[in-house]
Design a protein around this ligand. Structure first.
Ligand code: NAD
Ligand code: UDP
Length: 312
């Protein structure tokens, strides 16, 4: 049995990772300050004697024993990470230092949840891991983007300097059950708006693109990276290469929700990336991973989830 720490384990992706690790027979220690995490996400796991929860902010040191660390603590939605931008940078940077320190003391293998945001508004398309990115260092997204970039720097310096076993995954837009209905991300916003019959808020013309990966696929890719041989450090892109405009996404969700909602346009937020699509050749080659869930299927399951949530 492996003892595994999951920071941000009460959040959207983190709670799915905890579940998968428990099902595989591991001992899971979920570390979360509940900024965007929810008790409901983990409450069924609390009955499992292999699951433990610590309310803790990763910007402070943590002294526990562990064999592996998944470091996911960090709000991911622009609305939440821009709410307290100084805390967002601290979470990524101090959080990485504290978790790397824990990994160094315990000799644990450690994985960082990085992001496609390290590519900023990308000049290279699709995005390959060797691309250094195009990030505005002083804009409203910088607390998240630069925080994550600095976390990657720390991971690779601990790898070179202290010989830590590190893994860095660059996650592209992920969606699915347990997203917060009010977290401001596009899939949750559109699904909730469509189900309530409210206008669908497309920012700008809606011709910006994203590539949406269903959470089960993302989690599978992340766990494969952790379990890959030590020389597979990443960074590795994990995302679905099927690219969709935001407008097309709105139309799909209206159809799936059988909604009468109309599309309205709102101003495009500053520094909103124009396009995003992962090149997943490394994930395919090194992890034998590629997404399995088609966008329509994943959206259907997500709309069902929000339907259930709104009916409560
Ligand atoms: P989320 O907001 O649902 O989860 C983040 C979790 O971290 C929450 O449970 C929150 O309470 C916790 N947290 C935040 N600050 C903390 C702190 N200082 N100490 C302890 N816990 C803290 O977001 P998510 O979508 O599940 O994202 C998880 C990770 O994956 C994040 O690191 C995010 O940057 C990364 N990521 C997500 C996406 C995506 O599309 N969902 C894309 C790229 C990267
Ligand atoms: N978006 C939108 N309407 C919304 C929420 C988001 O048009 O109600 C757009 C947003 O401007 C961006 C895309 O959808 O172009 C994805 O936004 P999200 O916040 O989900 O993720 P990110 O910008 O971090 O990829």
């Amino acid at each position: 049995m492996t003892r595994i720490v999951v920071t941000g384990g009460a959040g959207f992706i983190g709670s799915h990772i905890c579940e998968r690790l428990l099902a595989a027979g591991h001992e899971v220690l979920c570390v979360d300050n509940f900024f965007t995490g929810r008790r409901q996400n983990i409450s069924p796991m609390l009955k499992n004697s292999s699951f433990e929860l610590i309310r803790h902010d990763v910007t402070f040191p943590l002294y526990i024993e562990t064999d592996q660390i998944y470091n996911l603590a960090c709000p991911a939605s622009p609305v939440h990470y821009q709410f307290d931008p100084v805390q967002t940078t601290k979470t990524s940077v101090h959080g990485a230092i504290n978790m790397l320190g824990l990994a160094k003391r315990t000799k644990a293998k450690i994985l960082q949840a990085s992001t496609s945001e390290v590519y900023g508004d990308p000049a290279i398309h699709p995005q390959v891991e060797s691309y250094w990115g195009n990030v505005n260092p002083i804009g409203p997204r910088a607390c998240y983007d630069e925080g994550k970039r600095c976390a990657e720097t720390l991971f690779f310096d601990y790898y070179r300097q202290h010989k830590l076993r590190i893994k860095v995954v660059r996650i592209f837009n992920t969606y699915g059950p347990r997203m917060l209905p009010d977290d401001g991300r596009v899939v949750s916003n559109f699904a909730v708006q469509a189900l309530k019959g409210e206008p669908i808020t497309v920012y700008g013309k809606g011709d910006q693109t994203r590539s949406f990966c269903y959470v089960d696929d993302t989690v599978d890719g992340i766990i494969r990276l952790m379990e890959a041989p030590d020389d597979v450090t990443g960074p590795v892109n994990i995302g679905n290469p099927v690219e969709t405009t935001v407008y097309e996404l709105a139309e799909k969700i209206i159809k799936l929700a059988k909604s009468s909602s109309k599309i309205i346009h709102k101003p495009l937020p500053q520094d909103d990336p124009v396009r995003r699509r992962p090149d997943i050749a490394i994930a395919k080659g090194k992890l034998a991973w590629e997404p399995k869930v088609a966008l329509d299927d994943g959206l259907e399951r997500t709309v069902q989830f929000f339907r259930g949530l709104l009916a409560q």
